[in-house]
Design a protein around this ligand. Sequence first.
Ligand SMILES: NC(=O)c1ccc[n+]([C@@H]2O[C@H](COP(=O)([O-])OP(=O)(O)OC[C@H]3O[C@@H](n4cnc5c(N)ncnc54)[C@H](O)[C@@H]3O)[C@@H](O)[C@H]2O)c1
Length: 262
Amino acid sequence: MAGRLDGKVIIIAGAASRGAGVGTGKAMAILAAREGAKVTLVNRTAERAEALRQEIADEGGDAMVFAGDITQEEDAQAMVAATEARYGIVTGLVNNIGGGVNGTIVEVSEEDWDRVLQVNLKTAMQGTKAVVPALLRAGGGSIVNISSSVGWAGLMSDRGSAAYATAKAALHGLTHSTAANFANQNIRCNCIIVGTISTPMVAHLGEDALRRRVEMVPTQTEGTGWDIGYAAIYLLSDESRWVTAVNLPVDGGLDGLRTWPR
Ligand SMILES: NC(=O)c1ccc[n+]([C@@H]2O[C@H](COP(=O)([O-])OP(=O)(O)OC[C@H]3O[C@@H](n4cnc5c(N)ncnc54)[C@H](O)[C@@H]3O)[C@@H](O)[C@H]2O)c1
């Protein structure tokens, strides 16, 4: 164990990748445990989270599973209460739950719109609302929201993604208002803007779309869940104690060099 997160207790909402491979939530859970944090693995269903808990335990790490639907206030509150009951305090939360649906604003159905805003935005609202009192009890802490180049830069998927772009853009407002409201109480809130990374979430896109995702990146390479995980570890640790209200693109230069297509 390297110890950069010794003494930290971190909740990762959406910790178990939806399929085989390593998503962002799974990567940051493994890395946080390796750095000495105790980790709560939150997922709608327990099975994959339990497999991840075992993987972490096999490496000598300490993690627990909380199964719940974080769009629901009672589940979000219970996620925090269960973590405090097990580990005594909470010092960090990652709002990692997300997913999109294709369609421009003209094409998207009201049902899909509502579902995508629930999954990406309401989970972050419920998680943040539930965790802030616990962070105050712990003397402060760090919240990390997981956004996307789609919401930040208007980067479009081939078929548009109006609901996803809107939900992710709203996370930047939540990040700034949380950072502003609690900065003087030692709670930081930052946002990682995830570029075109290879995870189980995008495996269904097909070879052509995945190739085009790489071609637009200045580095001409695809990122992974681990790249996002390392950025999250920094933001959850005391190394970033003076960093708040930041939107951090981890995207191979896509945003900084403005190479995304509209
Ligand atoms: N892969 C990419 O290219 C890419 C690009 C930009 C942004 N992102 C963002 O990165 C994150 C992806 O994380 P991942 O790779 O770990 O994704 P993932 O979908 O593999 O894992 C997220 C987990 O969250 C769980 N979940 C979904 N709804 C839930 C709910 N209501 N309550 C509790 N759990 C729920 C799912 O069961 C899933 O296991 C998302 O926020 C996504 O929008 C990904």
